[in-house]
Write a protein that binds this ligand. Structure first.
Ligand code: GLP
Length: 261
């Protein structure tokens, strides 16, 4: 796990965008794992800038979202399919239909989860997965108690997550769905490179557990410690509880340029 700490979220977004750009330039039909939430927004803005200013193309790429609310109307602006359309897909040159989300409006949710897993496998798996982290240590919507080997399935949100996400629903926690479809931790672990972005002190404990805690379903993100290629991009607030922060800083500042992310 590589930990990068930097005060500028713009700098961190640039690093994540570098990883995506490098991948797309060497493998134009790459499969991207896309996250919603506020953490990746600066990354998407940077990718849009590179698309507009230096021709970075997504025309042959495909994308898979991590998760989706169950039961929101298809045109609800906070449905993750619509969020990613607004924040990234419509601003670059993805081909129509090349970005998929779990079907949170499906009648048969179990079949929808299985179909989503099949689509990901048929696409050859995810090359690079962008991730955020919840204050309770969830990734995607894998709440505490999630099986570390889980696949795409229905989950129930914790009250903490519903409160955290109420800001997207005009502050009304009751408007936040209780149920979601989410890639499992086992699904996410199948991506070849994981790039997690976290900013702000509210994430400090979850980040400490993710990087330095014992691997446990209580802090689902800790399963990432078993992944061979994880990049964790943190601002000072999110890094503020890291025990080995000085070591991570030294490592980054002396990293040979040829190594890349
Ligand atoms: C949400 C999403 C996650 C996201 C996390 C943190 O509920 N399902 O994919 O990483 O919570 O969100 P934010 O980046 O807005 O803090």
């Amino acid at each position: 796990m590589e930990v990068v700490i930097h005060p500028s979220s713009q700098y961190l977004a640039g690093l994540a965008a570098d990883a995506v750009e490098q991948l797309l330039r060497s493998k134009p039909d790459a499969v991207l794992g896309l996250a919603t939430g506020s953490s990746p927004l600066a990354v998407y803005d940077e990718l849009v800038r590179r698309h507009t200013e230096s021709g970075l193309s997504f025309a042959r790429a495909r994308g898979f979202l991590l998760d989706e609310y169950v039961g929101l109307p298809a045109d609800h602006p906070e449905g993750y399919r619509n969020v990613i359309e607004r924040e990234l897909v419509s601003r670059v040159d993805f081909a129509p239909g090349s970005v998929q989300a779990p079907a949170g409006g499906a009648e048969d949710l179990i079949a929808a989860c299985a179909a989503y897993e099949r689509s990901m496998a048929d696409a050859g798996g995810v090359d690079l997965q962008i991730l955020g982290i919840g204050t309770d240590g969830h990734v995607a919507f894998n709440e505490p108690g999630s099986s570390l080997a889980s696949r795409t399935r229905v989950k129930t949100l914790t009250e903490q997550t519903r409160q955290d996400n109420a800001r997207f629903f005009a502050g009304d926690v009751e408007a936040v769905p209780r149920h979601v479809l989410t890639q499992g931790l086992g699904t996410i672990m199948g991506a070849r490179h994981l790039v997690l972005v976290a900013t702000g002190r509210a994430k400090a404990e979850a980040v400490h557990q993710l990087v330095e805690g014992p691997v446990s379903a209580l802090w689902p993100a800790t399963v990432l410690q078993h992944h061979p290629h994880v990049t964790v991009l943190l601002d000072e607030g999110a890094a503020s509880r890291l025990q080995l922060a000085d070591y991570y800083r030294q490592t980054w500042s002396h990293k040979p340029a040829w190594q890349g992310l």
